[in-house]
Write a protein that binds this ligand. Structure first.
Ligand SMILES: Cc1cc2nc3c(=O)[nH]c(=O)nc-3n(C[C@H](O)[C@H](O)[C@H](O)COP(=O)(O)OP(=O)(O)OC[C@H]3O[C@@H](n4cnc5c(N)ncnc54)[C@H](O)[C@@H]3O)c2cc1C
Length: 413
């Protein structure tokens, strides 16, 4: 008989893991505590930064062309080179579950797994994938340490959002804690509007009160609230993502972005990797692969969060202008001056990609961006410092600094 795999949780991570494992010939059972696609707390913006995943099979509200990012000034950022979609996750996840079942997976709804039951599953199955999200069942079963988490609250609103067609809006908060608000429309008349706090400095945390203030500032306080949700987003990867024959993926493994809180893409990628590792009985390969594809990317994003936390609002606006301004008000050297701005610019330009075997590929970036990112990944802070003080600028002409601008205007292929 073939190898048996239990998957706990039918979120994006669990469903991608189940589909991949069934395709590889494993006998898969998915245990979901509720109904698939119900009770999702998410802004539903899905960005596949490394371009590793297929376009969603269902539930796309629209492909996103522009990001409106407000710090003090507003920046209108072309993101057509990113794989970025606004999703209806309920429709998407239900379609993924149907695909998994068509490949032979057994999907059991209303089947919560307790820590005790997890210990039994470990004996009954060759492998268990824990895709149970931010409150991972493994954490309780194996007494794993707490992860650093961002806090998020959101309303789904009904009203006129026609001014945001094809766009997502992000507003960086001038608050005692690093965070941002979002207005992500699902249609001309409905949007997810929320607030997330990411930094360490969580003074007097009253996120729901802040969300009300954000709605007032955005002129949305009279819109009808159709749903309220809130949640935690783990934004630091666990040191160990395999315990015995249990592999942790997605939010359960702490793979949320420390920069923006998104975790759908990392959940799907880690799900695929976990299924391959279970098939090959090779948990070490899983840990190495998630490090190359997810760990390093999150490390880059953490650099931007560090700068964000260390900066006042005026400085943040200057960094954002360095990274995002397209109108020629920033000279080329300024766009290169702050390494974190280079990181942010490189991420948004859509030129970073991933390879399942090789990990993150920086080849498509201009030379200077490539050097800065490699230094950041290697933790060579001295080189980063020399960029910060414009050191490299004294020695070399930045001939290729505008190529990101040029390339980012090209349509996604
Ligand atoms: C307010 C908010 C907004 C967000 N917005 C975005 C966004 O716009 N874009 C983005 O990329 N990310 C966003 N995120 C993060 C994103 O939702 C998660 O990173 C992503 O859902 C992780 O996927 P997952 O499969 O690991 O876990 P989940 O999606 O949390 O899925 C876990 C599944 O496991 C089930 N489960 C839990 N416990 C058990 C158990 N004991 N037994 C059986 N089943 C169980 C749950 O019911 C659920 O179906 C947001 C998060 C929050 C809180």
């Amino acid at each position: 008989m073939g190898k048996k795999l239990a998957v706990i949780g039918a979120g994006p991570g669990g469903l991608f893991a189940a589909k991949e494992a069934a395709t590889l010939g494993l006998s898969v059972t998915v245990f979901e505590k509720g109904k698939i696609g119900e009770n999702i707390a998410c802004a539903e913006g899905f960005v596949d930064l490394l371009k590793l995943l297929p376009q969603p099979v269902a539930g796309i509200c629209f492909p996103v062309d522009r990001l409106l990012i407000t710090v003090k000034d507003q920046f209108d950022v072309d993101c057509t080179r990113l794989n970025l979609w606004m999703l209806d996750r309920r429709i998407w996840q239900q379609a993924l579950a149907r695909e998994a079942m068509a490949r032979g997976c057994e999907v059991l709804e209303q089947h919560p797994i307790t820590p005790d039951r997890l210990h039994e599953l470990k004996k009954e199955y060759d492998w268990v994938i824990d895709a149970s999200g931010a409150r991972a069942v493994s954490a309780a079963a194996f007494r794993l340490s707490n992860l650093r988490k961002a806090v998020a609250a959101q309303y789904t609103l009904e009203g006129d959002f026609s001014n945001l067609a094809g766009k997502l809006k992000i507003v960086v908060l001038d608050a005692p804690c690093s965070g941002y608000g979002w207005v992500f429309p699902k249609s001309g008349t409905q949007a997810n509007v929320g607030l997330g706090w990411f930094g360490k400095k969580k003074e007097a945390l009253r996120i729901k009160g802040e969300l009300e203030t954000f709605l007032r500032k955005e002129g949305l306080d009279r819109y009808r609230v159709v749903r309220r949700s809130a949640g935690l987003i783990p934004i630091r990867p666990r040191e160990k993502t395999v315990v015995d024959n249990v592999i942790l993926i997605g939010d359960a493994a702490g793979f949320g972005s420390p920069l923006h809180g998104g975790g759908i893409d990392t959940a799907c990628i880690s799900g695929i990797l976990a299924a391959k590792a279970a098939f090959a009985d090779d948990p070490n390969w899983y840990e190495q692969s998630v490090h190359k594809l997810i760990g390093l990317r999150l490390k880059l994003e953490q650099k931007v969060l560090d700068l964000w936390e260390a900066s006042d609002f005026e400085a943040l606006n200057r960094y954002a202008a360095s990274a995002l301004a397209e109108d020629g008000t920033q000279s080329s050297w300024r766009k290169m001056l702050v390494p974190e701005a280079v990181v942010l610019r490189s991420i948004l330009s859509g030129l970073i990609r991933g390879d399942w075997e090789k990990g993150i590929i920086l080849d498509d970036l201009p030379v200077v961006a490539k050097v800065v990112l490699k230094a950041a990944l290697a933790g060579r802070s001295k080189l980063m410092k020399s960029f910060e003080h414009g050191g490299i600028m004294n020695n070399r002409a930045p001939h290729d600094t505008n190529s990101l601008d040029r390339r980012s205007r090209k349509k996604r292929t």
